[in-house]
Write a protein that binds this ligand. Structure first.
Ligand SMILES: NC(=O)c1ccc[n+]([C@@H]2O[C@H](COP(=O)([O-])OP(=O)(O)OC[C@H]3O[C@@H](n4cnc5c(N)ncnc54)[C@H](OP(=O)(O)O)[C@@H]3O)[C@@H](O)[C@H]2O)c1
Length: 395
């Protein structure tokens, strides 16, 4: 075996410790963690003290270190670490979808300027090897869509509500107690986390980078037992789905929204903290990938794969960005949606077409076809009146 790859690790939390454990047990890779940068000085650690430092520069400027593995939960600090690592001539592996999605173009540029690489398989759907699959396997395939369940915490909450007939609040508390959801779960349940992952996958799949702020997302925090019952009566399940798809010859749309999924969809059976991705191409047709989207070992295993890829100088080539066919981004795609709401206001004017309307003394909902940008307007104008929105798919 050749010279060991020397790693400077940032973060020793769920993923950092998972990775360390995997490296200890794995015999297939000649890698050594030289130094670990963490934040809190008084936290008890499972390794001897001299492994750790609280000074980023001690790792970033260490000439013995070949590779920086960034696994921290602070986005601003992560941005500085990744940038400084590349500028100091080190390759980077990261699991940080937020920082990658927000600085995607800048990081591509920095890789070109420095000749160094950032690999980030763990940032999207944890243990499912989807980025490299899209980047390499589908290199020449004309993709139609990439769609899936990208957030394990919200999928866990939805699964519990649908299987056990419990409220959103109870399901969320269970997810938090089991460590699937953060104490501040907003990033997960409001669809932000799923959106960051979607932005990264869309850039690799279609060569079009859209800043997360421009991408529509709607989460699951408004869901009620009535919505679950509505789905059950129609033999459907509600899942938080991220989609990017070609909606005309040269335009794509993307969004994160809860969706009613029927039993013929592969995503129907993706339960609890699992993730699933369906990739549809002109020639390969539909292919489905599923696995654990989070957790120390599944995510650590994706990080390990990137560390291994570093040993043979693998870099993303961003093939699709270099293709002749450049896509535009459209927020005008039409969705068929169910909207449960309260109050009395003119909701009809937002729709292209209203297909169903229901009202009793306590509940009212409509089903209809609406453009994505109009749905966005409706949600911002009538924030408090809208109870829950769920898609029945794109038209
Ligand atoms: N958890 C998952 O299943 C999962 C899955 C996919 C991707 N990710 C991503 O992986 C990353 C790490 O997540 P995690 O769940 O492992 O987080 P975590 O358990 O909260 O651990 C975070 C670690 O980062 C360290 N840290 C925070 N700020 C730092 C700074 N400025 N400098 C150095 N170290 C710093 C903390 O230090 P202390 O130990 O001193 O507190 C801690 O060790 C995040 O980007 C997350 O989005 C996580």
């Amino acid at each position: 075996m050749g010279k060991a790859i020397k790693i400077g690790l940032f973060g020793f939390g769920v993923v950092g410790q998972g990775l360390y454990d995997i490296l200890e047990k794995s015999s297939g890779i000649n890698a050594e963690v030289v130094k670990i940068a963490v934040k809190h000085k008084d936290k008890p650690r499972s390794l001897p003290k001299d492994y750790f430092t609280f000074e980023a520069q001690e790792v970033l400027l260490n000439k013995d270190i070949d590779l920086i593995v960034e696994l921290i939960d602070d986005t601003d600090a992560a941005y500085n670490i990744i940038k400084s690592a590349l500028q100091n001539g080190k390759n980077v592996v990261s699991a940080n979808k937020k920082v990658l999605a927000e600085h995607f173009e800048e990081f591509i540029q920095l890789q070109l300027e420095t000749g160094k690489s950032i690999l980030y398989e763990a940032s999207v759907c944890g243990g499912i090897p989807i980025i490299r699959t899209i980047e390499e396997y589908y290199i020449s395939e004309l993709l139609y869509s990439v769609k899936g369940i990208f957030n394990g915490s919200s999928n866990y909450i939805l699964s519990k509500m649908q299987k056990e007939d419990i409220s959103y609040e109870v399901a969320l508390k269970q997810a938090q107690d089991l460590g699937f959801a953060e104490s501040n779960p907003k990033l997960d349940v409001e669809g932000f986390d799923a959106k960051y992952k979607l932005v990264i996958l869309a850039a690799h799949s279609f060569g079009l980078y859209i800043h997360p702020e421009e991408v529509f997302h709607y989460g699951i925090s408004g869901i009620s037992k009535f919505d679950i019952q509505y789905a059950k009566e129609k033999k459907l399940k509600i899942k938080l789905i991220s989609s990017v798809f070609k909606n005309s010859e040269n335009s794509i749309s993307m969004y994160v929204i809860p969706e009613f999924v029927d039993k013929y969809s592969n995503l129907y059976l993706v339960e609890d903290e699992f993730n699933g991705v369906t990739v549809e191409g002109a020639f390969s047709d539909k292919q489905f990938f599923s696995g654990k989207g989070a957790g120390g070992h599944p995510t650590g295993s994706a990080v390990l794969s990137d560390i291994a890829a570093n040993t043979y100088n693998y870099k993303y080539e961003y093939h699709k960005t270099q293709k002749e066919l450049q896509y535009n981004y459209s927020s005008e795609s039409v969705l068929r949606v169910y909207i449960r709401y309260g109050g009395d206001f003119n909701l009809e004017s937002f729709f292209e077409q209203l297909l169903e309307r229901y009202q009793n003394t306590t509940i009212q909902y409509v089903v209809g076809e609406i453009k994505l940008n109009r749905l966005n307007q409706l949600l911002s104008e009538f924030k408090t009146e809208i109870g829950f929105v769920c898609s029945l798919g794109d038209k």
